[in-house]
Ligand binder design. Structure first.
Ligand code: SAM
Ligand code: SF4
Length: 329
């Protein structure tokens, strides 16, 4: 098991398949992009599958989420999913994507064994999308989501980040649209993980703001008496159900005490937390011919050292060197 000194057990593995992206969301990346990892530094498809096999067979991981950067840019994605689907025990597998290219790949991903997708969409307005992501691809994202729904990659969850002065007024419209389309909407509070260090606590749209805005149009009741377990999203039933909406309040209502995550970057580093400032190098172990048990032991040791919380509220909080796009949200 991947257990830490606070008794938390990590069963949910986030695997970043690339740090590259075809969008430039303002809360994530600068306009000019970033200095991408060099190809030899990236884990190969075989290395990724081996690490996931070790996680699933030796370390108790039951959920695998592929992310990035933009994971659909990884040429070997379908093959990686297919090989992971053949593992015993078979992990549940999902993908967090910006949706561009999903129209083309949804059927193949489903056939390979992917269970579902989370697609990121912050706005229903193409012009705002262009400002937020610095690319004119709104329709591609909508088409990708619809293709995922048709392919049975369900429930299709939609991740939305609200930014002051851009889309902060869109929460009710996004919810009405998601319900109509049959998608599950979750709002994510903006976190200090952008490469440009542009995040400001004062200016951010909080979970409280989002709920207040939603309540101007919908009746919301906490689902399961407000218990969210290890799920980061607090969920609310909308107008008596059955539809729900989630809010992931990593900043104002952190869920660190129930965290069940472990993360692997595209260059083979284990991270115990989005906000961790230390990493454990599994790629070096793989490339020096370490056996499965030695790699598993390194991973266990890394997780044993997981800190109690993100440290966001500590006076000395330091943003990690790796931005969100290189960690995998
Ligand atoms: N490119 C894919 C996508 O956008 O879905 C996967 C990677 S992206 C880093 C994963 C999620 O992180 C997205 O839903 C995105 O909106 C979210 N994200 C990125 N930067 C963020 C930030 N600074 N605060 C909160 N969420 C962020
Ligand atoms: Fe790319 Fe996702 Fe970051 Fe947007 S949030 S720039 S889509 S990695």
């Amino acid at each position: 098991m991947l257990i830490d000194t606070y008794g938390r057990v990590a069963t949910d593995l986030r695997v970043s398949l690339t740090d590259r992206c075809n969008l430039r969301c303002t809360y994530c990346m600068p306009e000019e992009g970033l200095r991408w990892l060099a190809k030899p530094d990236l884990l190969t498809d075989d290395e990724i599958v081996r690490l996931i096999r070790i996680a699933v067979t030796e370390l108790g991981v039951t959920e695998v989420r592929f992310t990035g950067g933009e994971p659909l840019l990884r040429p070997g994605l379908v093959g990686i999913v297919e090989r992971c689907a053949a593992l015993e025990p078979r992990p549940r597998m999902s993908l967090t994507t910006n949706g561009i290219g999903l129209k083309r790949t949804a059927t193949a991903l489903k056939a390979a064994g992917l269970d579902r997708v989370n697609v990121s969409l912050d706005t229903l307005r193409p012009d705002v999308f262009k400002t937020l992501t610095r690319r004119d691809r709104h329709q591609d994202v909508l088409d990708g989501m619809a293709a995922a729904r048709e392919a049975g990659l369900t429930p299709v969850k939609v991740n939305a980040v609200l930014m002051p002065g851009l889309n902060e007024d869109e929460a009710p419209d996004l919810l009405a649209w998601a319900i109509e389309q049959g998608y599950e909407l979750r709002f994510i509070e903006q976190m200090p993980l952008d490469a440009q260090h542009g995040w400001k606590r004062d200016g951010m749209i909080t979970a409280g703001d989002i709920l207040e805005s939603l309540r101007t149009r919908f009746d919301l009741a906490p689902e399961g008496a407000g218990e969210r377990g290890s799920a980061p999203a607090e969920r609310w039933t909308v107008d008596g159900g059955p539809h729900t909406v989630g809010v992931i309040a990593s900043v104002t209502r952190p869920f660190c005490r129930a965290c069940d995550r472990t993360r692997l970057t595209a260059d083979g580093q284990v991270r115990t937390c989005l906000f961790a400032t230390e990493e454990t190098d599994l790629r070096a172990a793989l490339r020096s011919d370490a056996g499965d048990e030695a790699v598993a032991e390194l991973w266990r040791k890394a997780m044993w050292g997981k800190k109690a919380g993100s440290g966001l509220d500590d006076p000395g909080f330091l943003q990690p060197d790796r931005p969100m796009s290189a960690i995998g949200g």
